[in-house]
Design a protein around this ligand. Structure first.
Ligand code: PEP
Ligand code: MN
Length: 350
């Protein structure tokens, strides 16, 4: 159910409606919009008595939401969600395109700083890097853990880049949330419901990657798990799905971009690295991603990919990332978008 408040409803009236909903044993999700606030109601097994709510002061109408995902749906929130990073001009969603670049794994302080310096110089606003790696083989490099989180925090201080890194389980989630600006939940965990619910209790944006064989509805339901716990800052990411094709690691399903945008207000990124597995395919798919309307690109960059401890063959060189930035800057205006170069960080007042 969705309670649509009147345009002129006061914060006190909105609060009173939320209190009433919670007192009935449901959960209220106030969702401020450009024109008016809507309040999503979840936790209800059947119909909520709409008459009593409709009678509350400031309420315009009560609507039944028929889609299985509610808070992620455009029916509940019409305008695009824009995620902001306090103290900076960086955003994910909205008109500006977000560029997230960095190695698959943080391998050493030197490696991470060398790559961060180059991607920052090319104008990236976000730095990605794995501290905890979900690897297909238990014998493969599993990540540097907390040491990697510290390195990334130092990268944020040095270059201003905001940090995105993955939490692979409930144990690592708290630590990652403490150090990172965005918590990534990987493709293999897209339906790890206990992890999704815990991520919903965070007050940090969550980057949710599409599962290897997830349908659009399953993908949006995974986002709904996070949102149902009160964290509305979810960023979706198309990273390729399993098909019969064997010319690429996965198949980049770009047709999901307009489909998601039709149904949901959440931002969606394209990952041209994991979707192709091949360095020579990354730039063409990044171009296509932005042309298709994606809100940004998350891409693996390594200065010595031949020595990378994970995902070397799909990691592009920093020079290729510079070219990508130049090209996407030209494509962006064609699709009504803007690609900012670099991040402005407010300096602490003395
Ligand atoms: C990654 O971003 O390095 C990663 C493991 O991604 P995915 O979960 O999409 O495979
Ligand atoms: Mn990777």
């Amino acid at each position: 159910m969705l309670v649509v408040m009147k345009t002129q409803a006061t914060p006190e009236e909105i609060q009173a409606v939320c209190d009433y909903i919670e007192q009935l044993g449901f959960r209220a999700h106030p969702l401020p919009g450009a024109q008016r606030t809507a309040i999503g109601i979840t936790g209800n097994k059947g119909e909520v008595e709409r008459g009593n709510i409709e009678a509350l002061s400031g309420v315009a109408e009560v609507i039944r939401v028929t889609k299985p995902y509610k808070l992620a749906s455009r029916d509940v929130k019409e305008e695009d969600t824009i995620i902001r990073f306090p103290g900076t001009d960086a955003t994910i969603g909205g008109r500006d395109i977000a560029m997230i670049a960095g190695p698959c794994s943080i391998e050493s302080r030197e490696q991470a700083f060398a790559i961060a310096e180059k991607v920052a110089a090319s104008g990236a606003q976000f730095f990605r890097g794995g501290a905890y790696k979900p690897r297909t083989s238990p014998y493969a490099f599993q990540g540097l853990g907390i040491e990697a989180l510290r390195i990334m925090a130092d990268i944020r201080s040095r270059f201003g880049l905001r940090i995105i890194t993955e939490a692979i389980d409930n144990e690592t989630l708290g630590l990652v949330a403490e150090w990172a600006d965005v918590v990534q939940i990987g493709a293999r965990n897209m339906q790890n419901f206990s992890l999704l619910k815990r991520a919903g209790k965070l007050r940090k944006p969550v980057l949710l990657k599409r599962g290897l064989s997830a349908t659009l509805e399953e993908f949006l339901m995974a986002a709904e798990y996070v949102m149902s716990e009160g964290n509305y800052e979810v960023i979706l990411c198309e990273r390729g799905v399993r098909t019969f094709a064997d010319h690429a690691r996965n198949t980049l399903d770009l047709s999901i971009i307009p489909a998601v945008q039709r149904l949901s207000h959440l931002p969606i990124l394209v990952d041209p690295s994991h979707s192709t597995g091949r360095r020579d395919s990354v730039l063409p798919m990044a171009r296509a991603g932005i042309a298709s309307g994606a809100d940004g690109i998350i891409v693996e960059v390594h200065d010595h990919p031949e020595k990378a401890l994970s995902d070397g063959p799909q990691s592009i060189y920093p020079e290729q990332f510079a070219t990508m930035m130049d090209e996407l800057q030209q494509i962006a205006p064609v699709v009504g978008r803007n690609l900012p170069r670099g991040i402005q960080v407010e300096t602490a007042k003395a």
